[in-house]
Design a binder for this molecule. Structure first.
Ligand SMILES: NC(=O)C1=CN([C@@H]2O[C@H](COP(=O)(O)OP(=O)(O)OC[C@H]3O[C@@H](n4cnc5c(N)ncnc54)[C@H](OP(=O)(O)O)[C@@H]3O)[C@@H](O)[C@H]2O)C=CC1
Ligand SMILES: O=C(O)[C@@H]1CCC=N1
Length: 271
C-alpha cells in the first residue's frame, strides 16, 4: 500500500519512523510538506520522497494520511477535492470530525479518523480509530494494518469517544513527560547530576509501566505494594493527595477533551 502523508511534522515523523521500523518500504511512503528543512530531515532519516505541494507523484497512493494541524486541515485538503477515487483517507487531526473532512472533500466517505501518539516512533504508541458507515471492512483492515506499525490499536464505535482517546493517550505522553521532568528535577535537587537523575526517573517510569503491562493487576494494587505502612511512599502519596493531584489529572484530561470538542465545533462549523 502506497501512503502519502499530508504534513511532515512531529506526528508524521513518528508514524513514518514506526512504519520504517516495521520494515515498511521507503519507496511506498511520500510526504507533502511545505517546510524545506522538514522535507530534508524526513528524506535524510527515512529515505522517503518529499514534495512541497501535492503533485502527481503524491496523488499516486492508496492512502492519504492527513497529518497537518487541525487549523490547517480544511485548506490543506482542498486540492484533493474531486480527485479521490478509491483512496482511503486517514486523519490524525485532533477534534476534526470525519463528516466535516468528508464534506470538505466534496462528499467523500472513505475516511477513518484516528488518534495515535508520539511513541509511535518506536512502535510503542497506541492508536484509537473510528470509521464511519462509508468505510468497508477491507478499508478498516487497511487502516488498522498501517496504524499497527505504531503499536496496538483500539476501535471506538462512537466518534465522540475520539475526543476522550485524544485526552487520554493522544496527549497522554505530554502528561507523562511532565511528571518525568518533575521527578528528574527532584533528583537533581537532591544532588544527582543530570545523567544520573534522568536514569533514575526514566527507568522508574519504564519499570512501573512494564510491571503494569505484565499482569492484570490494577494500578491501585501495584501502588499498594510499593506503599509500606508508615513508610516513605505513604508520606509522598499523602502529600500528593493533600495537593489534589488525582483531581488535577482528572481536570487536565477533561480540559484536553473539551479542547478537542471545541476544535471540532469551531473548525467544522463554518462549512
Ligand atoms: N504531536 C502529537 O503528539 C500528535 C498530533 N496529532 C495530530 O497530528 C496533526 C499534526 O500534528 P503535529 O505533527 O504535532 O504538527 P506539526 O505542526 O509538527 O506538523 C504539521 C506540518 O504540516 C505542515 N503543513 C501546513 N500546511 C500544510 C499543507 N497545506 N500541506 C502539507 N503540509 C502542511 C506544517 O507546516 P507549518 O509548520 O509551516 O505550518 C507542519 O510542518 C495535528 O492535527 C494533531 O492534532 C495526533 C496525535 C498526536
Ligand atoms: O496537542 C495536540 O493538540 C495534539 C493532539 C494530541 C497530541 N497532540
Amino acid at each position: 500500500m502506497k501512503i502519502s502523508f499530508l504534513g511532515g511534522g512531529n506526528m508524521a515523523n513518528a508514524l513514518i519512523g514506526g512504519l520504517r521500523h516495521q520494515g515498511y518500504s521507503a519507496t511506498d511512503i511520500q510526504v507533502v510538506e511545505p517546510v524545506a528543512e522538514m522535507r530534508a530531515k524526513l528524506a535524510d532519516i527515512y529515505g522517503v520522497r518529499c514534495t512541497p505541494a501535492i503533485d502527481e507523484g503524491a496523488m499516486n497512493c492508496d492512502i492519504w494520511m492527513l497529518a497537518v494541524k487541525p487549523q490547517q486541515l480544511r485548506e490543506a485538503i482542498a486540492p484533493l477535492k474531486g480527485r479521490l477515487g478509491t483512496q482511503l483517507v486517514i486523519s490524525i487531526a485532533a477534534g476534526i470530525r470525519s463528516s466535516d473532512i468528508g464534506r470538505w472533500l466534496g462528499g467523500y466517505a472513505r475516511i477513518v479518523r484516528t488518534m495515535p501518539n508520539t511513541p509511535a516512533l518506536i512502535g510503542a504508541g497506541i492508536t484509537g480509530l473510528y470509521a464511519g458507515p462509508g468505510v468497508n471492512h477491507q478499508e478498516r483492515a487497511s487502516a488498522e494494518k498501517i496504524l499497527n506499525a505504531a503499536g496496538p490499536t483500539l476501535w471506538v464505535d462512537d466518534e465522540a469517544q475520539m475526543d476522550a482517546v485524544t485526552a487520554i493517550s493522544g496527549s497522554g505522553p505530554g502528561y507523562v513527560f511532565y511528571f518525568m521532568e518533575a521527578l528528574q528535577k527532584a533528583a537533581e535537587d537532591a544532588g544527582f547530576d543530570r545523567a544520573a537523575a534522568r536514569k533514575l526517573a526514566v527507568q522508574t517510569f519504564l519499570g512501573a509501566a512494564r510491571l503494569a503491562e505484565h499482569g492484570n493487576e490494577s494500578p491501585a494494587i501495584l501502588r499498594e505494594r510499593v506503599t509500606s505502612k508508615g513508610g516513605t511512599t505513604e508520606a509522598a502519596l499523602k502529600s500528593l493527595d493533600a495537593d489534589g493531584v488525582a483531581a488535577a489529572i482528572a481536570r487536565a484530561t477533561k480540559a484536553a477533551q473539551t479542547r478537542g470538542v471545541e476544535l471540532g465545533d469551531q473548525l467544522g462549523a463554518d462549512s
